[in-house]
Design a protein around this ligand. Structure first.
Ligand SMILES: C[S@@+](CC[C@H](N)C(=O)[O-])C[C@H]1O[C@@H](n2cnc3c(N)ncnc32)[C@H](O)[C@@H]1O
Length: 271
């Protein structure tokens, strides 16, 4: 396969990829091969071989391509950040309703990763300022790059911190967060455990709500009465998280399902 040789042409690359993906047992070989050919046809032979090798080793397609669509934009992703999931779009949708209704001026996104939540919301609300926080400097670099590409650099601040440790809650703020909530022994999708950052995925063993507890305690400590919080929640964790929040001095204002019908987003206010 050299540049311009038959197998770098879309139809032949599609056939090659489909055969390889089928025999490797990938879930949707035909569809994947179509995406693969559309994305990489015309590339150098060595590059195509390397991309095929990586996909056959289970690396998610988004890391091969270096981007993933979320809400209305493409976000750059690398193995330093979680690949944005469509489930999380319910948070964007809800925040876009709450921010004008509550008169929110600054959105604080804890565990921003690629910045997909913060930047999607900010790009739909031109008067909103944003703060993106992550423990991972490498993730913050990707988030910054995404913010620059969406022309949001002058409205957003990036901070390395463990949750709210080095950050003040903004006045007229809304906190959004999608913290790690998977237990280390839980089953995850193909390639997830091997390729996505564990710091973004896993809560401590036996304590899937640990990150929420830290964040809620920090808000309870320094936050004004009525401060709003919008969380993404793991499937089957909604009830336990509502109980935890109430025990820490928060009112459960509402919850919503994701587009697949799974309880996914929780809106709380500090008492
Ligand atoms: C589930 S990912 C969410 C990423 C992105 N917000 C999204 O929805 O796609 C969780 C994020 O929290 C970050 N994180 C983990 N522990 C943290 C901590 N102690 N303080 C701040 N961020 C943390 C991870 O680096 C990761 O980017």
């Amino acid at each position: 396969m050299s540049r311009g040789s038959p197998s770098s042409e879309p139809s032949l690359l599609f056939e090659t990829a489909r055969a390889l993906f089928s025999s490797a047992g990938l879930e949707s070989p035909e569809l994947e091969a179509r995406f693969f050919a559309d994305a990489f046809a015309g590339q150098e032979e060595a590059t195509i071989r390397d991309l095929l090798r990586r996909r056959l080793a289970g690396e998610p397609f988004a890391y091969l391509e270096g981007s993933r669509g979320f809400w209305k934009h493409e976000f750059r992703v690398t193995p330093d950040v979680l690949i944005p999931r469509p489930d999380s779009e319910v948070l964007v949708e809800w925040a876009l309703e709450l921010i004008p209704a509550l008169g929110v001026e600054t959105l604080l996104d804890l565990g921003t990763g690629s910045g997909c939540l913060l930047l999607s919301i900010m790009s739909d609300l031109p008067d909103l300022d944003g703060i993106g926080v992550d423990l991972s400097l490498a993730a913050l670099e990707i988030a910054r790059e995404n913010g620059d590409r969406l022309n949001l650099a002058d409205r957003v601040q990036w901070i390395q911190s463990s949750w709210l440790e080095g950050v003040r809650l903004p006045r007229q703020g809304l906190l959004v967060a999608n913290p790690p909530y998977i237990e280390p022994q839980e089953e995850v999708g193909p390639g997830v455990r091997e390729h996505e950052p564990h710091q973004a995925l896993f809560a401590p063993p036996g304590d899937p709500l640990a990150c929420y507890r830290v964040i809620l305690n920090q808000v309870a400590d320094g936050g004004p009465s009525g401060f709003p919080v919008l969380f993404e929640v793991g499937a089957q964790r909604m009830e336990a998280l509502c109980g935890l929040a109430e025990s820490l001095g928060f009112q459960v204002v509402g919850q919503r399902n994701d587009f697949g019908g799974v309880p996914r987003a929780l809106y709380l206010c500090r008492n």
